[in-house]
Ligand binder design. Structure first.
Ligand code: NAG
Ligand code: NAG
Length: 367
């Protein structure tokens, strides 16, 4: 019986298969095509390196810092008897070894109680301990990457930790591992905060303290940078005519550091990943754009960190190597067209440490 019915069964199965194939094929095929398109889009869609968890932790940290500095909880008012001095917080943002630590150590030497050091070291890179004996606070760090808003987050984390750690930090200098000082500590300190030996408490009223940050709209690629996240992506918060560029490394007065930590509106835009990675330098835009909107008169509009953009390649400035280091170079790098000469310079390659140490006392720290 089975043998006689099997041709019929086979025909039936064949018929049903064809029937279902024809019935569902129009749905299966477009679905596959749709999936394909989605995959394609995801491949092009830039991914954010900042997780919601990171975002929450940062928000909490910034909030704590702002609270700690509010007049009601300010620790300064409770320290009447001692005579503490205002300090400069040096914020090292790095993703490689601090090879210039010995030079910085000599810079800091003899100035305890006038500075604090904070380091944000990319946890995805294994660093060796810096060769200095000064006390440095390695703050809880998160991944950083070029061309992403992670560099804004890292700078804000440094500001927040420094504010929380010591209420006497009144100036905040952002430094990279490739930066060197161009003057003595005393020269730089006095320029920001006045003579450290005077007992004036004028510093406690921070109202007029100025920030030193480059703010300009004079850049040939400004529009590309404005639309790096897509046409209109920064609107309505940031019209193109208010969009600014400036150098990544700045010195902020405390009142501006606090404004930056309170800021949420522009951050929501600047944290978006870029489509155009060649024009993506969020950290060079977020701080200058925000401060130029908030307090243009309170900012220098020029930077104190000298950088050489001649023949720059792929957004990287000229990197100095050992044979270029000389007292002439150091003197040239200090020269500026602003009220102050340059205080810091970048970028220096690790092989410069030796020749820089050799001329440190006679050239760099002699003002
Ligand atoms: C800037 O870098 C260029 C090479 O890219 C070099 O020729 C020039 O001397 C540098 N300028 C200064 C002031 O160091
Ligand atoms: C100062 O200004 C002059 C003239 O505009 C310019 O040639 C020079 O490069 C400037 N120097 C610095 C250090 O920016």
């Amino acid at each position: 019986m089975l043998s006689s019915s099997s041709p019929f069964v086979y025909s039936l199965i064949l018929f049903l298969s064809l029937f279902f194939l024809l019935l569902f094929a129009p749905q299966i095929l477009p679905f596959k095509k749709h999936q394909q398109q989605e995959l394609e889009q995801n491949r092009q869609k830039p991914q954010s390196l900042i997780t919601p968890q990171d975002e929450l932790e940062d928000l909490h940290l910034f909030h704590q810092a702002v609270l700690s500095a509010s007049p009601a909880s300010s620790k300064i008012s409770h320290l009447g008897t001692v005579n503490p001095k205002p300090k400069i917080a040096f914020l090292f943002l790095t993703n490689s070894d601090l090879v210039f630590a010995p030079l910085w150590q000599r810079f800091f030497q003899g100035n305890d109680h006038l500075f604090n050091i904070y380091v944000h070291a990319d946890p995805f890179v294994k660093l060796s301990a810096p060769e200095w004996s000064v006390k440095a606070n390695f703050i809880p760090a998160k991944r950083t990457a070029r061309g992403s808003p992670t560099l804004i987050s890292a700078a804000r984390r440094l500001l927040a930790n420094a504010i929380l750690d010591d209420p006497f930090n009144l100036y905040f200098a952002l430094i990279s591992q490739h930066c060197i000082p161009l003057h003595s500590f005393n020269h730089i300190y006095t320029s920001f905060l006045g003579d450290p030996s005077s007992s004036s408490k004028a510093f406690l009223t921070q109202k007029s303290q100025k920030s030193f940050i480059e703010i300009t709209s004079d850049s040939p690629h400004l529009h590309n940078r404005y639309v790096a996240r897509g046409e209109g992506s920064l609107l309505p918060e940031i019209p193109f005519k208010q969009f600014r560029v400036g150098s990544q490394f700045f010195v902020l007065a405390k009142r501006h550091a606090l404004l930056v930590l309170k800021e949420r509106k522009l951050w929501r835009k600047f944290r978006l990943p870029c489509f155009d990675l060649d024009s993506c330098y969020p950290e060079e835009h977020y701080f200058p754009t925000f401060l130029s909107m908030k307090d243009p008169k309170g900012c220098s509009h020029y930077t104190l960190t000298r950088v050489n953009w001649t023949d720059s390649v792929d957004g990287h400035p000229h990197t100095y190597h050992a044979p270029e280091v000389s007292s002439d170079l150091l003197h040239t790098l200090r020269k500026s067209n602003s009220t102050y000469s340059y205080f810091f310079a970048r970028k220096f390659s690790p092989d410069c440490l030796k020749p820089l140490m050799a001329i440190a006392d006679d050239v760099i720290f002699r003002d």
